[in-house]
Design a protein around this ligand. Structure first.
Ligand code: SAH
Ligand code: SF4
Ligand code: F3S
Length: 441
């Protein structure tokens, strides 16, 4: 039995929801092995950095953070564990240039941590082997940060190799958790009082149960039957794998939210082809029409990349046109950056930085106007909100999410965290709705 004997650990997370969920798993594992958590690296004996490599900027942020940890290490002698996607991808570079790092640990190797930390090791050690196994025991130990909403990973990795994307090289090929164990976890969470779960995967709708061959709509239908759970969400869906069966499963369910994140990336079919996305603008639009006819009022969100190699001004304007036509409830937009190993890295990164920056601003301005108009349509309406937390500045201001995943802020005298409330929307900005409780909780 490993005993970390009160070792003080700090976990920092960069990147996507899967990394957040992995950090909860790491924290759970270490606490079960006798460690204690702190929320400051200064107070820690071990700092674990769970990293993201998806864009050039994510990496820059990480390496400057590591610089700060290096100075801290000189003062306090803390040990540093580099985990996650950068660890998987850049092990050699880190070994060469970051002597402050004690362990380099890829996403399939977190189970090794308690034992590694128990032993004292003097030089960087690397653990980045791929594994096809799911370690279910570890998932049970997860120390979730939210008492209201829980992440449940159903698959990991990606086989799509979109031309710009590094994820298949950091998370490996697709692997699927057995349906039985996913549903067991969801039942336990529902029993613990979680109101919302979010199924996670790089490409959730390519899910296939390794035991029975059940597909993602089957998983949704089964989760929908679990008592106590109110809201079910999932992220991320690839438009290529998004068919009518999934839309119908969503429409027939009682608990799957009318909300979906469906990354478009570009509104130009020519750019989509160069990105190797396997769908055209028209096919994407058709999918949104099916979704909206089966699920009236559904909130769509998306990811957009500007400045992909060779993107012309007229191709870019097709992206603006698509935003106008689809009217997403929310978007995440990025300037293209070339990533190692990807096929687009071989293309000339020929859209000048200034042009990428201007296109990004154009996209964000256009979306801001669209969201403001959508939000104005909510004023005067009363909507159901799941309260997630409260403001740090004012203890009577609470924050929650609507079914469409919009941020809703409201005042309440009573603590309503973890509860569903009815909020009458009174005002809005482009990024959130504000309102007041329509009934006393
Ligand atoms: N599995 C998900 C998420 C991928 S990463 C999916 O398929 O959608 C999240 C987002 O980062 C992507 O959707 C894309 O918009 C953006 N992204 C990925 N690689 C990028 C790159 N090289 N440059 C800029 N943005 C990138
Ligand atoms: Fe990356 Fe494409 Fe896979 Fe998404 S589907 S993780 S963008 S390769
Ligand atoms: Fe980043 Fe890895 Fe997630 S590259 S976006 S942390 S899968």
């Amino acid at each position: 039995m490993t005993d970390l004997n009160g070792l003080i650990v700090f976990v920092e997370t960069f990147g996507c929801q899967m990394n957040e969920s992995d950090s909860e798993r790491i924290a759970g594992l270490l606490v079960a092995a006798g460690a204690r958590l702190t929320d400051r690296p200064e107070d820690s004996q071990v700092t674990i950095v769970n990293t993201c490599a998806v864009r050039g900027k994510s990496e820059e942020k990480l390496f400057s953070y590591l610089g700060r940890l290096r100075s801290l290490k000189k003062k306090t002698g803390l040990r540093i564990v580099l985990a996650g996607c950068v660890a998987q991808l850049h092990r050699d570079r880190i070994l060469d240039r970051n002597p402050e790092v004690d362990f380099i640990l890829g996403p399939d190797n977190y189970h090794l941590l308690p034992e590694l930390l128990e032993r004292r090791l003097g030089r960087p050690r690397v653990f980045t082997a791929w594994s096809k196994d799911w370690r279910e025991d570890e998932r049970r130990l997860s120390l979730r940060r939210s008492p209201v909403s829980a992440f449940v990973t159903v698959m990991e990795g990606c086989d799509n190799f979109c031309a710009y994307c590094i994820v298949p090289f950091t998370r490996g090929r697709e692997k699927f958790r057995p349906l039985r164990t996913v549903l067991d976890e969801v039942r336990i969470l529902a029993g613990q009082g979680y109101k919302e779960i979010q199924f996670l995967g790089q490409n959730v709708n390519s899910y296939r149960d390794p035991d029975t061959g059940a597909v993602f709509p089957d998983l949704l239908r089964a989760a929908d039957e679990i008592d106590g759970l109110e809201w079910i969400r999932f992220i991320t869906s690839h438009p290529k794998n998004f068919g009518p069966e999934l839309a119908e499963a969503m429409a027939r369910s009682r608990h799957v939210c009318r909300q979906i994140h469906l990354p478009l990336q570009s509104g130009s079919s020519a750019v989509l082809e160069r990105m190797k996305r396997s769908y055209s603008r028209e096919e994407y639009l058709e999918k949104t029409r099916v979704l909206r006819s089966l699920l009236p009022g559904i909130c769509l969100s998306t990811d957009i990349i500007v400045g992909f190699p060779g993107e012309t001004e007229s191709e870019f304007s097709e992206t603006l046109g698509a935003l106008d036509e689809i009217r997403f409830a929310n978007i995440f937009s990025f300037r293209y950056s070339p990533r190692p190993h990807t096929s687009a890295a071989k293309l000339k990164d020929d859209v000048p930085f200034g042009v990428k920056r201007r296109r990004l601003m154009d996209v964000q301005q256009a979306q801001k106007a669209i969201q403001t108009r959508i939000h104005e349509g909510f004023i005067g309406r009363t909507i159901r909100v799941l309260c997630q937390g409260k403001s740090k500045k004012d203890g009577r201001v609470f924050s929650g999410r609507s079914e469409g995943y919009q941020v809703v802020n409201f005042r309440s005298e009573a603590d309503v965290i973890g509860r569903f409330v009815q909020v009458r929307i009174t005002s809005c900005g482009p990024y959130s709705l504000r309102g007041e409780l329509a009934e006393s909780p």
